[in-house]
Design a protein. Structure first.
Length: 341
């Protein structure tokens, strides 16, 4: 493989990251630019002290690149033949598997492995918060009310159903298992059981397993196969008092049905970092449901410094592999939107 590639880097970088990337691609030409920020994070400063000040990515930068490390708007790619490989800084890649975005033969890899730590801890925080009624006590704190809200739940002894057993789902399952839960994992095609799971079922068995779960944790990617997966019928089939967590994509869950179940008390709570619609508009009733914890799609991104470091490391490893003609880590199957096994 040639080593004089033009490489566009659109993730935030510090001087140490620039050195690592250049070392991974000796002889290559680099441009460091700002990728498009997430809408929910426009006003939020990144938690870095030595971040380099770079210009926003332009169409000319995209057209110049043989390799792009980081996310750019899909419309900027327009199926250009020059681009040989796109390494995203996200786990989700639905924007890039659409026809015409990447040229035939271009490689697509994602950042699976970077987000498991941050997002699984966020999920655990939401789950414990709901189980221990912390949001309800916070509401009472604001009203200066002292008193008990009654019984609480525990992860210990509960049954946790994890939909999606990739990096994020696996890390969450491990944490729940360590706290004494029975963990059931759910996969599309592979029923092999990792050590942290008590059981693994295939997605076709969802309707059988769903009523057993005290906690349903959704970590699935956004694909046409997962759109609307947790519909009204399935929400109504969930165990009375169960808790739903969603860090996958908002459109996997029927939002109106979720709100109905929370307002009626059929579900005891929910923690969602993704919503449908997204951003969740002002005036939407989900904002006002006391037993719902809503965060604005921030469980990943770069809020945890370790996530940023892991993304850079994945990019460096894959860049070395690409230049040496070796198979890349986290290659995406365009037909499914999932990482190839």
């Amino acid at each position: 493989m040639e080593d004089n590639m033009n490489i566009l880097v659109t993730i935030p970088v510090e001087p140490a990251h620039v050195e690592k990337l250049r070392a991974a691609g000796p002889g290559c030409q680099f441009r460091f630019k700002q990728g498009a920020p997430l809408p929910s994070l426009v006003d939020a400063p990144l938690p870095f002290e030595n971040l380099l000040d770079t210009e926003p990515v332009a169409q000319e930068d995209v057209d110049w690149a043989d390799i792009i490390l980081g996310n750019v708007k899909g419309a900027m790619l327009h199926g250009g033949e020059k681009l040989k490989w796109l390494q995203t800084n996200s786990a989700g890649v639905e924007e890039y598997i659409k026809p015409g975005v990447l040229a035939q033969g271009a490689l697509l890899t994602n950042a699976t492995g970077a987000y498991g730590l941050a997002i699984s801890e966020h999920m655990l925080a939401m789950l414990l918060g709901v189980m221990k009624k912390l949001p309800l006590y916070r509401d009472r704190q604001h009203k200066e009310k002292w008193g008990s809200l009654g019984a609480v739940g525990s992860i210990y002894g509960s049954t946790v159903l994890v939909l999606g057993m990739g990096d994020i789902g696996g890390e969450f399952g491990k944490r729940c298992k360590a706290l004494g839960a029975r963990v059931i994992g759910m996969r599309r095609t592979d029923a092999r059981k990792p050590d942290y799971a008590d059981e693994v079922r295939l997605i076709g068995e969802l309707d059988e397993v769903l009523p057993q779960a005290d906690v349903v944790a959704i970590t699935l990617p956004g694909t046409e196969a997962t759109r609307g997966l947790i519909d009204r019928k399935r929400i109504e089939s969930m165990k009375p008092g169960a808790i739903l967590l969603n860090v996958g994509r908002g459109y996997i869950v029927d939002t109106d049905a979720l709100c109905d179940a929370l307002e009626s008390g059929a579900l005891s709570g929910a923690g969602v970092d993704v919503t449908e619609p997204e951003p969740l508009p002002q005036g939407h009733r989900l904002w006002q449901i006391p037993t719902a914890v809503v965060t604005p799609h921030i469980s990943g991104f770069y809020h945890l410094k370790e996530t940023h470091e892991r993304i850079v490391n994945i990019m460096c490893e894959n860049l070395e592999r690409f230049l040496q003609g070796e198979p890349l880590r986290n290659q995406v199957d365009f037909a499914t939107g999932y990482r190839k096994l």
